[in-house]
Design a protein around this ligand. Structure first.
Ligand code: DX5
Ligand code: ZN
Length: 219
């Protein structure tokens, strides 16, 4: 089972609720919400109040990607805003294990994200605490960047690690530069949650979702 998780970073924020309904109705089961703090990454996006506000317009699974230094400080806020799954960066946490535990205690699924320069092996000590590994396939901070090809090897490594730990159920998410030209390759490498921002929201979002979903099915 694979899921498409459109990243609203590339949506038209003046009609955000409508954009979200469009992609959900076209078949996207998840929604990727990129929170950036201007410190861990060189950009600021939006926070919990925006997420709480769009929670009212859809039943889609809210996949919240925190690109925030010391995210443990804000987990309750994102839970209250309606997050179902919260991912934090390995590089941004003083205590990644404690942070992941706290996410689960709040009743959310926990994801551990790794930057392009961080090896998959850092996730190993946390395998019992994670529901998802998020492999960044661009340097976090901006939408519309080019996919880093070596991420395919990291996806394969993440899948092998999951299987070696008896975690065939683990979600493996790829985020950054995904589109029609590489979504099948990413699936075949091991990703089962596919984030796409500009490939969804540039142009006809409903049509783009359908096309990406059909490519995911044939992989
Ligand atoms: C990058 C974000 C991504 C981004 C994806 O920092 O985490 O989720 O919005 O956008 P595209 O698909 O355009 O690379
Ligand atoms: Zn993201």
């Amino acid at each position: 089972m694979r899921e498409l998780s459109p990243s609203v970073l590339s949506a038209d924020f003046s009609v955000l609720g409508k954009e979200i309904q469009t992609v959900a109705e076209a078949g996207a089961g998840m929604l990727h919400l990129d929170v950036m703090d201007g410190d861990f990454v060189p950009n600021i996006s939006f926070g919990a109040p925006v997420i709480a506000s769009v929670r009212k317009v859809t039943q889609a699974v809210f996949d919240v990607h925190l690109m925030v230094r010391e995210p443990a400080r804000y987990l309750e806020d994102f839970k209250k805003a309606g997050a179902d799954l919260i991912s934090v960066h390995y590089e941004a946490c003083e205590d990644a294990g404690g942070t992941l535990k706290k996410i689960r205690e709040l009743g959310c699924k926990a994801g551990l994200a790794i930057n392009p320069d961080t090896p998959v092996s850092v996730v190993k000590p946390y395998m019992e605490l994670v529901d998802m590994i998020l492999v960044m396939s661009v340097y976090p901070g901006f939408g519309g960047q080019k996919f880093i090809e070596t991420s395919l090897e990291k996806l394969a490594e993440a899948k092998a690690l999951a299987e070696a730990c008896g975690r065939g159920d683990l979600l493996i998410e790829v985020d950054g530069g995904i589109g029609v030209s590489n979504i099948r390759q990413a699936c075949e490498a091991g990703a089962n949650v596919l984030v796409a921002g500009s490939a969804v929201f540039r142009g006809d979002a409903a049509q783009n979702v359908k096309e990406l979903l059909s490519l995911m099915k044939t992989a």
